[in-house]
Design a protein around this ligand. Structure first.
Ligand SMILES: O=C(O)CCC(=O)C(=O)O
Length: 361
């Protein structure tokens, strides 16, 4: 396969869209038509269930390791989402990072413009997955940045960042890399995948960070903060900067709101992990809703496998009794194809299914 040089790869370019906080500042009573969603996109919600909570310390040491591993395994099978407590991320790094992210979204528009997306990339302020002028828009602004491996970083964008943010992104990115590695090794253990196979896939993997800012919205029930989607990566770690609710996961066709626990991080299985686990773990659709009086901020750190590795069900997992249900493709190609399309639920994972290929003419 002819592969695009990594520096030229498109990891999600998007058409330029107006800044939502600037719209919110206009004290509108009605939101513009491009943000209004048809009723059927908001099926029932159910606040009576909650995603499982996993204690990372219990998972890696002590007497409850086996039971916590079992809990992790069923959480990933049934929910694809969990809250992780005692995750070991340095509290001062979380605090400093939170402060810098809040300050970033408070920059005056003139300063933000210097960090705005370019037409060929999702990095900077703006939005992602906007591919047509008619497409409905989400009620959020985001700031996206590729952080690892170092060779894919946009040096000019890093240099333009406020210096405190630049320093803390480095520390935060390293903590997320270590945490993601600990979690995927535990997933390998639970799935009975050879841990070395998982480590190899994950080492020198790609990491990107997406910071989301959802301003208060005058008509929150008519719009959406982040359209339903599953993540294309292997593992996402979401840091909710405040205790404002907004994230919802789709379980059995019902949207279940996630109540942020203090000091917890949300972890979710991405499409790549569903593929590696041969469908045992589920990459679940999720969305973010907005409200009329409170802003909300979150930061998603996406970790993918090494760009040069081959994505497919783990070799140590498949056999005559467990044939692969997904096909194999080089990670870089998978990401390129994923980002070439509009954000649309789980449809790309369906494309990776073996029967989808067999059905191709
Ligand atoms: O803000 C949230 O809670 C969800 C964010 C999200 O799904 C994403 O950044 O991919």
């Amino acid at each position: 396969m002819e592969s695009t040089p990594v520096a030229k790869m498109n990891f999600g370019k998007s058409l330029l869209v107006p800044s939502v906080p600037e719209l919110a500042k206009q004290h509108l009573t009605n939101i513009p038509a491009r943000y209004v969603r048809p009723e059927q996109e908001s099926p029932v919600t159910y606040a009576g269930a909650s995603i499982p909570v996993i204690d990372l310390q219990k998972l890696i040491s002590g007497d409850s390791m086996d039971s916590e591993l079992q809990k992790l395994h069923s959480a990933c099978q049934q929910w694809g989402f969990l809250q992780v407590i005692n995750h070991g991320v340095t509290p001062s790094i979380l605090e400093d990072f939170k402060r810098e992210v809040i300050d970033l979204f408070k920059l005056p528009m003139e300063e933000k413009k210097k960090l705005w997306q370019q037409e060929d990339s999702f990095e900077g302020f703006g939005n992602s997955f906007v591919v047509s002028e008619e497409q409905k828009l989400d009620w959020n602004d985001m700031f996206g940045i590729m952080t690892l491996p170092l060779r894919i970083r946009k040096v000019d964008l890093f240099q333009k960042l406020p210096s405190n943010l630049r320093g803390i992104i480095e520390a935060y990115s390293n903590e997320m890399k270590s945490l993601a590695m600990i979690i995927v090794c535990q997933l390998a253990k639970a799935l009975r995948i050879d841990e070395n196979e998982m480590r190899e896939l994950f080492s020198d993997g790609m990491q990107s960070i997406r910071m989301n800012y959802y301003p208060p919205c005058p008509e929150p029930h008519k719009t959406i903060g982040f359209s339903p989607h599953s993540d294309a990566d292997a593992l996402t770690i979401l840091f909710q900067l405040d205790e404002t609710e907004g994230l919802q996961v789709r379980k059995d066709d019902i949207w279940v709101p996630i109540k942020p626990l203090p000091n917890a991080l949300i972890v979710n299985i991405g499409d790549m992990m569903e593929i590696v686990s041969n469908g045992v773990y589920k990459s679940i659709e999720h969305r973010a809703i907005v409200n009329s009086n409170k802003e909300r901020l979150s930061v998603a750190t996406f970790s993918t496998f090494n760009l040069d590795s081959e994505l497919g069900p783990a070799h140590s997992l498949i056999g005559p009794n467990n044939p692969p249900i997904f096909r194999r493709v080089v990670v870089q190609k998978y990401l390129q194809d994923f980002f070439a399309r509009k954000l649309d639920g789980k449809s790309y994972l369906d494309v990776m299914k073996v029967e989808a290929r067999n059905g191709e003419s």
